[in-house]
Design a protein around this ligand. Structure first.
Ligand code: FA5
Length: 342
């Protein structure tokens, strides 16, 4: 019996060596230490031994049981450590690998154009002044000579806020009032960039949200010649000396006289295409001499001061610069469009 037990111990320890996975270790445990395992069977058989043999054999059997249980625990621990090491190895950070490059974003094409516009006007002594996108009816319309029932309001229909009298500005021209009231009675040379909103049919050339850059110069003896000279200089800096700018008489309630300026269409080189409505020209800005009523509303005496103002569309300018045929690309958030300006 004792030699049988010894042989069982040897076999069990030998088999344990071969248990290299959690599954095979469990099979080993069931085979030797489980309820129907070989050692358990031997221990159960002790009762059939003679009373003389029983104590010695029982002692040896128990020693073997303890030894096997301890060997099992050690083996289980070794396997656990190996699994952990493998796990760590798999998720290890290899500091020698090159880092993943961070992809830098780009400035939006409108922002790029805005910055070019700022730089050109800065050379001519214009400073940038900002005002809010939410305006009141008085500043967006009435103080600009557009009383409540004025028919020209139809051109500048917009989005109204729940709070009566508040709206999203339709143009940057209310900034003229803010600038005049802020700098009065000093001469002024500012540009006022920002987003504008209109309730209008979106087309190839019209968005319901777009940027404008307003310009305002107020001082003594400022004439239409100053306005034309400033805008022609701007156009040459922006587009090159070969591009043409034409002034067309127009009407704005807040300027008198008023004009619109068109650039020759870059898409068709003036031949006529859907973008320029087959005219060969694309309107980029409205302008004029500040109306005496508006000067007065800003606190300037029209008998002493005069000034010019203009409002241009940076998206239209960007379209001309890059040959973009559809203004809707600007705010459609399509990376295929935006990445071309990186
Ligand atoms: C105005 O908004 C006047 N406030 C401009 C002005 C300022 C005149 C100062 C006199 C003195 P107008 O609606 O034409 O005018 O717009 C001016 C420019 O904004 C246009 O030439 C065009 O470049 C741009 N623009 C106007 N509407 C849109 C639109 N829906 N989508 C994109 N750009 C637009």
């Amino acid at each position: 019996m004792l030699s049988q037990l010894e042989e069982l111990r040897e076999r069990a320890l030998h088999d344990l060596e071969a248990a290299t996975t959690v599954e095979s270790l469990e099979q080993w445990r069931l085979a030797y230490l489980g309820r129907r395992g070989q050692l358990t069977t031997v221990l159960r058989g002790l009762g059939q031994l003679s009373p003389e043999e029983r104590p010695a054999v029982g002692r040896v059997a128990n020693t073997i049981k303890n030894a096997l249980e301890q060997a099992y625990e050690e083996r289980a621990e070794t396997l656990r450590q190996a699994a952990l090491a493998e796990e760590l190895e798999r998720g290890a950070l290899d500091v020698r690998l090159p880092g993943r490059p961070q992809r830098l974003g780009y400035l939006h094409p409108s922002t790029q154009t805005l910055r070019e516009i700022y730089a050109i006007f800065a050379q001519m002594g214009f400073q940038v002044l900002r005002s809010g996108e939410v305006e009141d009816d008085a500043t967006n319309f009435q103080l600009l000579n557009l009383p409540p029932d004025h028919p020209a309001r139809d051109m500048w229909s917009t989005f109204y806020l729940n709070q009566p009298g508040l709206l999203l500005r339709t143009h940057t021209s209310p900034g003229q009032i803010h600038a005049m009231r802020r700098f009065h009675p000093e001469p002024i040379r500012v540009i006022l960039p920002g987003k504008c909103y209109r309730y209008e049919q979106v087309t190839q050339r019209h968005e319901f949200q777009f940027y404008q850059v307003e310009g305002l110069a107020i001082g003594y003896n400022i004439t239409m010649a100053d306005l034309k000279g400033t805008l022609v200089h701007f156009a040459r800096q922006m587009f090159g000396a070969e591009r043409r700018l034409r002034f067309r008489p127009s009407y704005f309630p807040f300027t008198e006289p008023s004009a619109e300026a068109d650039m020759d269409c870059i898409i068709c080189e003036g031949q006529g295409c859907p973008l320029c409505k087959y005219t060969g020209w694309l309107e980029i800005l409205g302008c004029g001499m500040v109306h005496p009523t508006v000067l007065r509303n800003g606190g300037y005496d029209p008998d002493v001061y005069s000034g010019f103002a203009f409002g241009m569309g940076p998206e239209r300018i960007t379209m001309l610069k890059h040959g973009i045929a559809d203004i809707r690309s600007f705010f459609a958030n399509d990376l295929r469009f935006l990445q071309q300006f990186g």
